[in-house]
Ligand binder design. Structure first.
Ligand SMILES: Nc1ncnc2c1ncn2[C@@H]1O[C@H](COP(=O)(O)OP(=O)(O)O)[C@@H](O)[C@H]1O
Ligand SMILES: N[C@@H](CCOP(=O)(O)O)C(=O)O
Length: 318
């Protein structure tokens, strides 16, 4: 897995002349992508990542790529899209919209420690602040309206007790989204999928966040909750690891202090973040797309996390 649309060095050599990157020297498919065709490319100017978008269209892509450009220009560590000589960052290659972005150094950290979580907390807060004045607005396409559509579709596949959990949580989240507290939460463009496999490290130094293709406008707290629910847990049980949670929250707070409304909304946001990925994993598990070649992610992981966030006291925001 998986390069869906092949690109040869010959294909690249002609196409790359529209950029000021010099001649193409090498191209190598990246096997780990699941949505797009990704390649490491080497040109006379250095190493980059080339992505051919398999599902997102020319009309949909500007939100994601312009957001990355906006963030990179403000020194947030994200891949910077490279413009062609006309300034365009999205250009057709082999029939697909394509983009070249800078290559982040390092590798993803499968077993993050507090030091990694602190780096992520700092950069996440910087990213939220830097995205505040981004000009394009798109809602989180995996937000409450999508949960409303998806919950009834997956419910028939669940046993009665699990159906109850899903129904109860949906109602809880409807009430939360309609509350005065929710209306006071700061929001803006967020990554919305900042799992440990979407950030690169060299040792303990964060080199950047990538895979912005679930980004959209949502509360900053939701983004932090998604991140904590993946980076700061014991993977087999889903239980929060307090030192890592504290490291991430402290680092975030030092850049962008939490508001009183956020302190009250933290628990509900951790639950919302668990629900979002439980639903998408249930959907992919029970209703896989026809051409899907992947083993779907385990939905019970986020069911466990949701149950824990509902029943256990979660560390507060300070
Ligand atoms: N800018 C980048 N710098 C370095 N590596 C990258 C970059 N973008 C993607 N990659 C590598 O490509 C892999 C697949 O990228 P990803 O965005 O997850 O693809 P997909 O959206 O197809 O799932 C990542 O796991 C990472 O190893
Ligand atoms: N992080 C999500 C899956 C999103 O897919 P990605 O590989 O493109 O990040 C999950 O774990 O369910």
């Amino acid at each position: 897995m998986a390069v869906f649309t092949p690109v040869s060095l010959d294909d690249l050599s002609g196409w790359i002349s529209q950029f000021s990157l010099g001649k193409a020297l090498a191209i190598k498919g990246i096997s780990s992508g699941i949505e797009n065709s990704n390649f490491f490319i080497t040109t006379e100017s250095g190493e980059y990542v080339l992505t051919l978008f398999e599902k997102l269209s020319f009309e949909q892509l500007p939100f994601y790529l312009e957001l990355m450009r906006h963030l990179a220009q403000r020194d947030v560590l994200v891949p910077a899209p490279i413009p062609n000589k006309n300034g365009s960052i999205i250009n057709a290659l082999n029939g697909k919209p394509a983009a070249i972005v800078t290559k982040l150094e390092g590798a993803y950290q499968p077993k993050p420690q507090s030091v990694h979580c602190a780096e992520v907390g700092t950069m996440l807060a910087r990213m939220h602040l830097a995205a505040k004045d981004f000009g394009i607005r798109q809602p989180n396409l995996r937000g409450l309206p999508w949960w409303r559509q998806t919950a009834p579709v997956v419910l028939p596949y669940l046993n009665e007790e699990t159906q109850n959990l899903l129904r109860t949580e949906m109602q809880f989240q409807e009430d939360f989204a309609a509350s005065d507290i929710y209306a006071q939460l700061p929001n803006g463009p967020v990554h919305a999928d900042l799992f440990r496999d979407n950030a690169m490290f060299v040792d303990t130094r964060l080199t950047g966040f990538f895979d912005f293709y679930f980004a959209g406008c949502d509360t900053w707290l939701f983004d932090l909750a998604v991140t904590v629910n993946d980076w700061c847990i014991d993977l087999p049980t889903g239980a929060l690891d307090l030192p890592r949670v504290q490291a991430m929250l402290d680092a975030y707070h030092a850049v962008r202090p939490f508001t009183p409304a956020e302190q009250q909304a933290w628990n509900a946001s951790l639950r919302a973040a668990a629900l979002r990925f439980w639903l998408s994993r249930l959907y992919d598990f029970y209703l896989p797309r026809a051409a899907e070649m992947l083993t779907p992610h385990d939905p019970t992981h986020f069911e466990r996390i949701l149950r824990l966030r509902v029943t256990h006291a979660n560390p507060p925001l300070n």
